[in-house]
Design a protein around this ligand. Sequence first.
Ligand SMILES: O=c1ccn([C@@H]2O[C@H](COP(=O)(O)OP(=O)(O)O[C@H]3O[C@H](CO)[C@@H](O)[C@H](O)[C@H]3O)[C@@H](O)[C@H]2O)c(=O)[nH]1
Ligand SMILES: [Mn+2]
Length: 630
Amino acid sequence: MSKKLAIATLLYSGSYLPGVFTLGYQLRKIVRDARIELILLVSKELYDTTLSDSAKELLHSLYSDIIEVEPLNDHDAVIRNNAANLRLLSRPELAFTLVKTRLWEQTQYDQILYLDADTLPLNDEILNLFDTMHNQTELQIAASPDIGWPDMFNSGVMVLVPNIAIFEALHIFAISNVSIDGADQGILNQFFNQNCRDTSKDGLDSRNWVVLPFLYNVTTPNDGYQSSPAMQFFKDKVKLIHFIGTHKPWKKWVYRHADGKEYVKRWNGLYEEFQKEYGLVQKFNNLSTVVDQKQTPEVESRSDNSQHNYGAVIEASEKQYSNTTADEEEIMEQEESVPEYIETMPEHTERASERIETKQYVAPETPTFIPLDFKEWLTTFINKENFVPEQEVHNEYTEQQPQTAPDEHVAFFEKVEKIENPIPVEENEEEEEIEEQPEGFTVEETCLNDIGYQEPQVYVDENNVEDLVTEEAMDDTVIELPNFRFDWEDGNYLKNVERSFPDDIFEYEIEEESVKVVDKDDEPMKQEITKEEKEDDGENNGDVKEQEAKSTKQPVASSSQLLHPVIVQKTEPSKAKTYFPKRTNNVSYADVDEDEDDGKDNEERYSNFTVPLDELQELDRIQPSHNSKY
Ligand SMILES: O=c1ccn([C@@H]2O[C@H](COP(=O)(O)OP(=O)(O)O[C@H]3O[C@H](CO)[C@@H](O)[C@H](O)[C@H]3O)[C@@H](O)[C@H]2O)c(=O)[nH]1
Ligand SMILES: [Mn+2]
């Protein structure tokens, strides 16, 4: 009798939906054996209360078995046990990955290949794993070594044999042990991997880790490894890419790691393709990149699945590509006319002494594709009553906060953190910032954007920030960092912003907000103060000319506009410049009160923001290119 096989993934927060969609979409293409079920473990809470009907519908069309799972019993205790290690890892959102252990409960399947939602199988060779592991027992787990600590396995790709006794043992083990990484990877290694066990105490039993080749779980980013000659050497053999860490490909950010960029682009191509095919994108020109057909693996669709004829859908969508309208062609032409940026920065190699300058590597464009706009997200995937906008400001170099859309799990974790670790986070912040900040650059604060993702880090050359508009900006050595926000949007601004649903979904309303604009000769880049800070600031502002304006009602740019502003920098760090693009022209300051007695009218007061806009219309057409100055 043939085995019941499944490929599974996991979802317990809305922010990983793009990963689950894209993975499901790709699996549909590469898994042609309809006997292999595609299953999704989804947290019951998320499924029942947060996901919209259309999100559920999409998930059902991608996955043949959707299994709602509850958190582990004693899950609060588990989180408390692991709070310290997760804090060390700076990934509080991972506290719930222990629910992965519920894979062992799924005994309706004989064998499961589990894939994290942030993985991208490149071709059907991942299915070899079922052959390689055909004699697997429930006491074994098959996985590739983790790049961070290769004596442990990475738990993002695993082959396992479900078994209730193992599940129960694992459950007890998870409750009574502190995980090495505070989450599932630690616990699973401690349970199965003999490198992590004190065998003098628990004796050698047959629980063991079967080591799979790294090629089945090539993690990125990996400083010093991914860009190495080894990556080039093994390139054709890589079966799966795993986007580990906080920077997932669906977040809009600038990828610093040369090899990873290619796969981030490939992931985005697939995600775009998925959205088009499933009717999530109505207008072609909503997209900021065009699917690169060459980059998309050529695989047949899962046409032998009797329930869903996706082959036809895919064909139809391919036809759609070839019948592009004049408008679409124009957009494509514009995109193609942008010169490809040739990477000239030193590549990372295993040894720093071997670093070489290379001009041969053509860095692919960093995708700036924005999945769906804020409204689409709310109305399409998340029931709006469950959406709580994240209001904290985070900094990659300071505190690491959950990357997920806020949910009650994270809130719970934070509560536990506060009880267990009363040390204020700020104490550690400064130290880390001084240590990690690249020399000569100031770090702008990063914000969570409208759909709850952390914005990319923005570096600004502190020596050359005053000259905001010059012709030099138009040469082709520009980087576009998406999502740069206006100066006045940083910091506590969002605390005073209220979003209203559903009609005014794009409107922000500001109550009693103060905006501080600093004389650009002194320090023009970023200043914004809250009312509280303003009070404290009394004696301290002699060297900075402040102009404060109180506004009562201030409609500003739409949320989709806020996602687009760019920062443009010259290749040489010393020539770094910042610009605001044309589309932000719509920002209106009309309602700002002029009751401040500083003798300046609004135009003068906000000249930093308004002057560059018209002059930089061209920048809207510049495609993102890559550069790395780190
Ligand atoms: O907010 C979240 C976070 C995670 N997940 C799911 O859990 C998986 C693991 O989280 P991920 O962000 O992928 O973790 P990694 O950055 O890959 O970190 C490593 O550490 C994790 C904790 O041990 C392991 O689960 C991973 O497999 C391992 O690669 C994701 O892929 C999702 O399937 C969610 O649904 N929502
Ligand atoms: Mn992962």
